[in-house]
Write a protein that binds this ligand. Structure first.
Ligand code: SAM
Length: 181
């Protein structure tokens, strides 16, 4: 079975947009407990590659290269770059979310920061035409972030999967057609 509720959100987006394809190299940021890795693995197939990173430990998944570490720090990022062996990436996924403190402004700032880091990574590692899917929370910084993404991708959509709780401000931004400057 699938390891997370989040996996159903990714499945719904994948059914609609079909952005995970056979043979792709996919990086999954904030991947624990591994639901998105499972979905990505089955769609990239044996010629593809899935590399996941999380703060938390993850129960091994056959075929997934897992790196444990904090994406806001240098070392895990370097480990991720080494695991890629300078291959460029087809798809960057980020479902990262900070531990919620309950202070809305702080939580929003932290989650926007994680999204910014994921976007930087995507810009630096995606091949031309590559894709980027990131979880965002609507609030301060959201509109500016979407505008920023539009500067580097041909097609940007913001979606709320049905599997997402209706009252949460969570949405997913899907950006396709990366333009390499
Ligand atoms: N997509 C996953 C799945 O389907 O199993 C669920 C991801 S969960 C909603 C968010 C994850 O982001 C958590 O496992 C958390 O540890 C991770 N995370 C939060 N901040 C992080 C950071 N700074 N570096 C790495 N991972 C982080």
């Amino acid at each position: 079975g699938l390891r997370s509720r989040s996996a159903f959100k990714l499945l719904q987006l994948q059914e609609k947009y079909g952005f995970i394809r056979s043979g792709m190299t996919v990086v999954d940021l904030g991947c624990a407990p591994g639901g998105w890795c499972q979905v990505a693995l089955s769609d990239v197939g044996s010629n593809g590659k899935v590399i996941g990173l999380d703060l938390l430990a993850m129960e091994p998944l056959d075929g997934v290269r897992f790196i444990q570490g904090d994406f806001t720090e240098d070392e895990p990022l370097q480990a991720l770059e080494e695991a890629l062996e300078s291959a460029s990436v087809d798809l960057v996924l980020s479902d990262m979310a900070p531990n919620m403190s309950g202070m809305a402004a702080t939580d929003q700032a932290r989650s926007m920061y994680l999204a910014e880091l994921a976007l930087d990574f995507a810009r630096n590692h995606l091949k031309t035409g590559g894709g980027f899917l990131v979880k965002l929370f609507q609030g301060e910084g959201f509109d500016a972030f979407v505008r920023d993404v539009r500067g580097s991708f041909d097609k940007v959509s913001v979606r709320k999967p049905e599997a997402s709780r209706p009252r949460s401000r969570e949405v997913y931004l899907l950006a396709l057609g990366h333009r390499v400057e």
